[in-house]
Design a binder for this molecule. Structure first.
Ligand SMILES: Nc1ncnc2c1ncn2[C@@H]1O[C@H](COP(=O)(O)OP(=O)(O)OP(=O)(O)O)[C@@H](O)[C@H]1O
Length: 224
C-alpha cells in the first residue's frame, strides 16, 4: 500500500508549520524525512496518518484519503508519533496481550509472540515491569515494541532513534528494514545517520530533506 502527500501544507494562524510539499512512499519502500528542528517533519507525518488535516493539498493511504477515523486507514497504519497511552497498572507484557486481542491475534500463540516482540527490541527481560519502571531508552524500546507488534501494512515512526544508544539504533534499523523487506511501507522522520543509511538501501527507498518555512521564504527572497 503506498502512502502519499500531494502539495500538503499546514498553517495555524500566523504560523506556517509545513510549507507545501509532495512525497510518495511506494508500497514496500522506506521514505526517510530529514531536516532541521522545526522544518515540519512531525507535522507531515501527522498529516500522512490522518491525525491532522492539511491546510492545502491531500494525503492518501493507498487510495483512501488519510483520515484516522476511517477504519481501513486505522487498520493499515501502525504509527509512533508522540507518546502512546499506557496503563500504569498493566505490565509491558499485559500491554502487548491487550494489543494482540484488539487486533484479533491468535490467543493460542499470543504469549510466545508477545515474548518475541519484547526480545526483538532487547527488552525481553522487562516484560513483568510497569511502564513507570523503565529508563527513558527502555521506554522508547517499549513504545517501538507496541508499534511494531500490531499488524499494519504501513509503519510510521517519528524519530525512532530517540534516547537510544548506538547498538539499539542499529537493532531498530534492522527491524525496520526487515519490515520493509516483508512488504510494509515505512515512513520515518529521522535525525540519525546510522538508521537512515541502514533503512534506505533498497532501490525504491528515498531520503527527503524538508526545509523550514522561514528558511524557504528567505531563500526565495534572495533569489527574487
Ligand atoms: N500548534 C502549533 N502552533 C503553531 N506552531 C506550531 C504548532 N505545532 C508546531 N508548530 C511549529 O511548526 C513547526 C514544525 O514543527 P514540527 O514539530 O513539525 O517540526 P519537526 O521538523 O518535527 O521538528 P523536530 O526535528 O524538532 O522534531 C515548528 O516551527 C513548530 O514550532
Amino acid at each position: 500500500m503506498d502512502v502519499r502527500a500531494e502539495d500538503v501544507s499546514k498553517v495555524i494562524g500566523p504560523a506556517t508549520l509545513l510549507a507545501p510539499v509532495s512525497v510518495t512512499a511506494p508500497s514496500g519502500s522506506c521514505l526517510v524525512l530529514r531536516g532541521p528542528n522545526g522544518s515540519g517533519k512531525t507535522t507531515l507525518l501527522r498529516i500522512l496518518i490522518g491525525m491532522l488535516p492539511a491546510t492545502t493539498g491531500q494525503a492518501f493511504v493507498g487510495d483512501a484519503p488519510a483520515d484516522e477515523r476511517d477504519p481501513a486507514v486505522r487498520a493499515a497504519v501502525a504509527a509512533l508519533v508522540g507518546a502512546p497511552a499506557t496503563y500504569r497498572d498493566l505490565t509491558l507484557r499485559d500491554h502487548l496481550v491487550l494489543l494482540d486481542a484488539t487486533w484479533a491475534g491468535d490467543a493460542d500463540t499470543s504469549d510466545d509472540r508477545v515474548a518475541s516482540a519484547l526480545s526483538d527490541l532487547g527488552i525481553g527481560d522487562l516484560g513483568g515491569r510497569f511502564p513507570h519502571e523503565l529508563s527513558s531508552g527502555q521506554t522508547q524500546l517499549f513504545r517501538l515494541a507496541l508499534t511494531l507488534f500490531r499488524p499494519g501494512s504501513v509503519l510510521v515512526l517519528d524519530e525512532p532513534e530517540q534516547r537510544l544508544d548506538t547498538s539499539k539504533r542499529t537493532l531498530v534499523a534492522d527491524l525496520i528494514a526487515a519490515r520493509r523487506d516483508a512488504g510494509t511501507t515505512v515512513v520515518l522522520a529521522c535525525h540519525d545517520p546510522i538508521i537512515t543509511e541502514l533503512v534506505t538501501g533498497g532501490p525504491t527507498d528515498q531520503v527527503v530533506d524538508l526545509v523550514a518555512a522561514e528558511a524557504r521564504a528567505e531563500g526565495q527572497g534572495h533569489d527574487g
